[in-house]
Design a protein around this ligand. Structure first.
Ligand SMILES: Cc1cc2nc3c(=O)[nH]c(=O)nc-3n(C[C@H](O)[C@H](O)[C@H](O)COP(=O)(O)OP(=O)(O)OC[C@H]3O[C@@H](n4cnc5c(N)ncnc54)[C@H](O)[C@@H]3O)c2cc1C
Ligand SMILES: NC(=O)c1ccc[n+]([C@@H]2O[C@H](COP(=O)([O-])OP(=O)(O)OC[C@H]3O[C@@H](n4cnc5c(N)ncnc54)[C@H](OP(=O)(O)O)[C@@H]3O)[C@@H](O)[C@H]2O)c1
Length: 258
């Protein structure tokens, strides 16, 4: 049963599925010619479910110019969509809402020199897409990506981030990037060891990034656990930064990752 032309969604084919840990997976689906998104936006993916549908939001991991659409999912115990994704295999059909959405878009910052991307868990997904856009690397003098997870085994994108140095479009700018893995429930060499709001308050993040964070130069993007987004936003407000709105420019842009 394929979608009617007037439907709000298209039917896409799963191209591959990679299971990194029991709860972390990446997968790719076919991309319709007409599907447009900006790096940082999310898709709505769905499945037929009994007589109805199930839909959830997933940030696009792949670049705007990629031929396929890649996603990163954290599987939730007893989650209805997680159960569908846990069974996903290449060749399966996934429904793709025709419209991508979201305002986590670095180009909305009209000024600033240093972009700091703060994320937890699956909140890294939009930043992986953003990091494949050459305009972002050209636009900012430095990029810092801090990714907080509980355990080292959840840092599954270290290789992908390191591989950006050989990327045909952004590799030449790779020296501008500082990647800061953050582990909150165990320690490992090279990883920070406190939650993001605390690392902002105690100066640990700025020190690790080798930057002084200032309203004039620094722009923050936050994505992930809603409690982290709330607490990180508050920490930045307390440090003198302000929410960015198109008509009232500020330094902070954020999105709840679930
Ligand atoms: C704007 C937006 C973008 C999103 N992008 C992604 C993405 O790129 N990857 C992804 O895995 N999920 C993403 N999500 C969450 C996703 O839409 C689903 O909620 C999630 O996959 C779980 O679906 P579920 O039906 O199994 O459980 P749900 O019933 O939807 O969720 C049950 C509970 O699980 C927790 N939870 C949900 N999602 C997560 C998560 N990602 N990490 C940790 N805890 C979570 C919450 O406490 C939630 O109340 C996004 C959500 C939003 C709103
Ligand atoms: N049963 C358990 O013990 C357990 C443990 C972890 C996750 N889970 C469940 O597993 C699923 C996926 O979890 P996940 O680990 O991918 O995502 P997550 O729970 O959002 O955790 C990801 C990262 O966000 C951090 N974080 C959470 N709240 C924060 C806050 N208010 N401020 C700053 N940082 C914060 C976590 O730190 P912390 O490690 O300090 O929380 C961790 O580093 C969820 O359903 C979650 O509830 C269960």
């Amino acid at each position: 049963m394929s979608a009617a032309p007037e439907a709000k969604y298209t039917e896409e084919t799963v191209l591959w599925v990679e299971r990194h840990t029991p709860k972390l997976m990446t997968f790719a689906i076919t991309r319709p010619e007409s599907y447009r998104f900006s790096a940082g936006q999310f898709s709505r993916l769905g499945f037929r479910d009994g007589s109805g549908f199930i839909w959830r939001a997933y940030s696009v991991v792949s670049a705007e110019y990629a031929d396929t659409l890649e996603y990163f999912a954290v599987l939730i115990e007893n989650g209805p969509m997680s159960a569908k994704l846990a069974a996903l295999q290449s060749g399966d059909t996934v429904l793709l809402d025709k419209t991508a959405t979201g305002f986590l878009l670095p180009e909305r910052f009209a000024d600033g020199r240093d972009l700091v991307m703060l994320c937890t868990g699956s909140g890294i997904a939009p930043f992986l897409s953003i990091l494949e856009q050459p305009e972002i690397w050209q636009r900012f003098d430095s990029l810092t990506l801090a990714h907080s997870v509980s355990y080292a085994g959840e840092l599954i994108f270290n290789g992908r981030i390191a591989a950006l140095q050989a990327h045909p479009l952004v590799g030449e700018y790779f020296h501008k990037l500082t990647f800061l893995p953050v582990l909150t429930r165990e320690q490992a060499a090279g990883a920070l060891n406190k939650r993001l709001p605390e690392l902002l308050k105690n100066g640990g993040l700025a020190a690790a990034a080798g930057k002084t964070f200032t309203p004039q130069d620094t722009r923050f993007m936050i994505c992930g656990n809603p409690a982290m987004v709330r607490d990180t936003f508050q920490a930045l407000l307390d440090m003198g930064f302000a929410m960015h709105r198109n008509r009232i420019p500020g330094q902070i842009m954020m999105e709840n990752g679930f």
